[in-house]
Design a protein around this ligand. Structure first.
Ligand code: TRP
Ligand code: ZN
Length: 488
């Protein structure tokens, strides 16, 4: 491979750093040496630009997220993760971990970064050859024996062991990452906990397919994303192979290691519905889990076809909430109520199939799942009940000053404004454009961005397209200003 001159490499690094798109296409592909300095697009408001540029020829240690400058990586796109672990359910330790990443270089790479924290790395190999690696904060800095050419596919294998830690956002009362309870070991990783248990490009802009292979002692079972492609038993150990064939953001990858029973639900053509419950709950069969098929059908009338081949819930203890892990929502037993079940279901369209472009766009997840609650209340209890509920939430938000939800800030990423005002925004849009146009907007938005990423501006563009009118005054008031508009 011809060596690039240093100036070309530096331009490539700048271009990579400016790249925030899910397709990995640098936003500055037309740059030539000498024209690089000021033409890169600047990140959205509220951006932190503390990440220093990597040495020339290295991929960037971040993908360009305004709130999490170190998450994701520049210089390559991941296509597939094979995550193989052996987990000790008593201690929570990964006694044997191996993640194999298939990726494509988006620039010539002398080396690159992976997000990974706190575990002991035993070996890194690139295309089969042992590579130099070095821990660098929450990143692993990898230098292969020879550079990788732009456009080339390469395979990185990381062998590791240890007990994963957790990350914690100041404003989120929940830890994210690896949770160890007396009953189970499991992962709930939003927004930045995935790289505590496997190395990768830990940002929703770099979605990939996954094969998750987990070995545990019997009688423990492992539940993960997608479909169970294999289960083998030998010497008192059980290995579960789960396949997620649709693109998935890293934070939505999960494993739950526990003693679980499966409960099959029938009633929907083409979608396998199966819950995984501890024995006492399997016997009781909680009511909120019995109507999934019906609720999928209801949401299909608003959002379009359910975007995956399967859906289910896995019930755990100890974290007090629920997370919309792709095709397999992780529910705390305390969260087994109708409204949470439907909230996580709605995320399969909004958040999972359509992923946010950056974490700043989080209202596209939580506001939409909250709006789905309104639709469901209307369907179950009628229009008056929905309006009373909405008025209550509006009154609540009016009492609590907050930043605009287009830029909530990292501390309020999961604050009530993102959820409640996000939902209220969509309700106001529904009233403004009418039900038929609203359905069309939501369906078009999902269809256009399914398996990919969307930003707030992308949603506004779809809404204006379908409504065939300029909605800038409306969206400015609801999304970009802090004063809460009155209910329509
Ligand atoms: N997305 C979750 C919901 O609203 C909330 C959430 C964010 C979460 N981070 C988490 C839940 C971490 C569990 C763990 O449905
Ligand atoms: Zn949610």
């Amino acid at each position: 491979m011809p060596r690039r001159s240093p100036v070309v490499v530096l331009v490539a690094a700048l271009a990579l750093f400016a790249c925030g798109g899910g397709d990995g296409t640098p936003t500055t592909t037309t740059l030539r040496p000498g024209t690089s300095t000021t033409t890169t697009s600047s990140p959205p408001t509220g951006a932190t630009t503390s990440t220093t540029l990597p040495p020339a020829g290295f991929g960037a240690p971040g993908i360009g997220d305004p709130y999490f400058p170190n998450l994701g990586n520049g210089g390559f796109d991941v296509e597939h993760y094979l995550i193989e672990t052996t987990v000790d359910p008593e201690t929570g330790e990964i006694t044997r971990g191996e993640t194999t990443i298939t990726a494509t270089a988006t620039a010539g790479l002398a080396g690159f970064y992976l997000d990974f924290r706190s575990l002991e790395v035993l070996e890194v190999a690139v295309d089969g050859a042992t590579a130099v690696h070095e821990a660098d904060g929450a990143d692993l800095r990898i230098t292969p024996t020879s550079p990788i050419a732009a456009g080339e596919e390469f395979v990185v294998r990381v062998r590791y062991r240890g007990t994963p830690g957790q990350t914690r956002l100041p404003g989120l009362g929940l830890a994210s990452g690896w949770i160890i309870t007396p009953e189970e070991v499991y992962v709930v990783a939003e927004p930045d906990g995935a790289h505590t248990w496997f190395p990768g490009s830990d940002h929703p802009a770099d979605k990939a397919t996954f094969t998750i292979v987990t070995t545990v002692p019997e009688p423990f079972a492992v539940v993960s994303n997608g479909t169970l492609a294999g289960e083998t038993h030998s010497d008192g150990m059980a290995t579960f192979v789960w396949e997620m064939d649709d693109p998935m953001a890293t934070y939505l990858a999960t494993i739950v290691v526990a003693e679980l029973e499966s409960v099959d639900r029938t009633g929907l053509e083409g979608i396998e519905i199966r819950d995984h419950l501890p024995a006492d709950l399997a016997a009781e069969d909680p009511r909120p889990l019995q109507r999934t098929a019906e609720w999928i059908e209801f949401f299909e009338t608003w959002f379009g076809p359910y975007p995956f081949a399967s859906y289910g819930h896995v019930v755990v203890s100890g974290f007090g909430a629920a997370l919309e892990s792709q095709t397999m929502s992780v529910m705390d037993r305390a969260a087994l109520v109708d409204v949470t079940v439907i909230h996580e279901l709605a995320h399969q369209w909004f958040g999972d199939s359509v992923s946010i472009a950056t974490w700043q766009d989080i209202w596209l997840n939580e506001g939409f799942a909250t709006f789905a609650e309104f639709l469901w209340i209307e369907d179950q209890l009628g229009r008056d009940a929905m309006e009373a509920d909405i008025e209550g939430r509006h009154a609540f938000m009016k009492r609590h000053s907050h930043r605009p939800i287009s830029d909530p800030g990292v501390d309020e990423l999961f604050g009530s404004a993102v959820y409640q005002r996000g939902g209220l925004t969509l309700h106001a849009l529904r009233v403004k454009v009418g039900d038929d146009v609203m359905r069309d907007i939501l369906r078009t938005y999902v269809a256009r961005y399914t398996g990919a990423n969307a930003s707030t501006e992308d949603f506004i563009a779809v809404a204006e397209d379908i409504a065939a009118r300029d909605l800038s005054v409306f969206f400015d008031a609801w999304l970009y200003e802090s004063e809460l508009p009155p209910l329509p």
